[in-house]
Design a protein around this ligand. Structure first.
Ligand SMILES: [Zn+2]
Length: 278
């Protein structure tokens, strides 16, 4: 067992980091789940609904369009910067993130595997065409100018929480190459994580001597499986998460704290280097 997170960090050199929504809450991107691990709001879009139903795509893109400006302006917080510093000190084999905001890389982390993709890109389901989410935003607003006047709170995938809004008239832009359905290049609920990303993540886990979970309840299997495998391999596991996790019984150290404060303090206290708070 470990007395503190600083103790845990200082005793391992090849840490596999698994990051979740709690890493980005201080950047203004709210978490999906409450402290007991239950959904805070309505469940996010399911893959099969998005593909099968035009109405679902209208609803998704209306919400996404309204939430995008705030989502795309989000900046890395203390937790992202502390994690980048830890990697810069050579202590991180990989950061496998469940987040789709790209803030780990923007903070300077390089060994990042975006398990669920990144919301900054949109792809066609019928051909290989892809476009920047920013371009999709312009096309959405050009086709539906009324969306530009609306604003709402956002969920982790940039989906605005817009319960009572009639989206039946929304015009959803299609692929300019083939007319096919455009979808953000993120893994929706009910959709499989690409096999290459899973394999790369397990590769990193095999090189690791410890696992650190940051801001994830691990309720989604795509992340939980790495912790389960780490436990099977006998790796020490620590977690910083506000609330319970699916792996609480597998943890050697659990901190119910804000990720930024916990990680910045631990990196500094581990004697690695003072973390730049500014
Ligand atoms: Zn296409």
């Amino acid at each position: 067992m470990f007395a503190t997170l600083a103790d845990f960090i200082s005793r391992h050199e090849r840490i596999f980091v698994l990051a979740g929504a709690g890493l980005s809450t201080a950047s203004g991107i709210p978490d999906y789940r409450d402290r007991s691990g239950d959904w805070k709001h309505s469940k996010p879009m399911e893959y099969r609904d998005f593909v099968a139903r035009h109405e679902s795509r209208q609803r998704y893109w209306a919400r996404s369009c309204i939430g995008w400006p705030r989502f795309s302006r989000a900046l890395p917080n203390l937790a992202h910067r502390s994690l980048a510093r830890l990697e810069g000190l050579g202590r991180v084999t990989a950061t496998v993130t469940q987040n789709v905001d790209g803030l780990e890389r923007r903070a300077g982390s390089r060994r990042v595997i975006e398990l669920h993709g990144n919301l900054d890109s949109v792809g066609c389901l019928d051909c290989e065409a892809a476009l920047a989410r920013e371009i999709m935003q312009r096309r959405l607003l050009a086709a539906n100018p009324e969306l530009g006047c609306l604003s709402a709170d956002i969920a982790p995938d940039g989906d605005a929480l817009l319960a009572a809004f009639d989206t039946s008239d929304l015009r959803v832009p299609g692929c300019r190459a083939c007319g096919g359905i455009l979808k953000p290049r993120v893994v929706f609920f009910g959709e499989a994580v690409p096999a290459a990303r899973v394999a790369a993540s397990f590769d990193a886990l095999r090189r690791a001597d410890a696992v650190l979970v940051l801001g994830s309840s691990l309720m989604v299997y795509s992340g939980f499986r790495f912790v389960r495998e780490a436990a099977r391999a006998g790796l020490p596991i620590a977690a910083v998460n506000l609330g319970k996790t699916r792996a609480d019984d597998l943890l050697d150290l659990k901190l119910e704290q804000d990720c930024g404060a916990a990680l910045a303090g631990a990196v500094a206290a581990a004697g690695l280097e003072a973390v730049d708070i500014a």
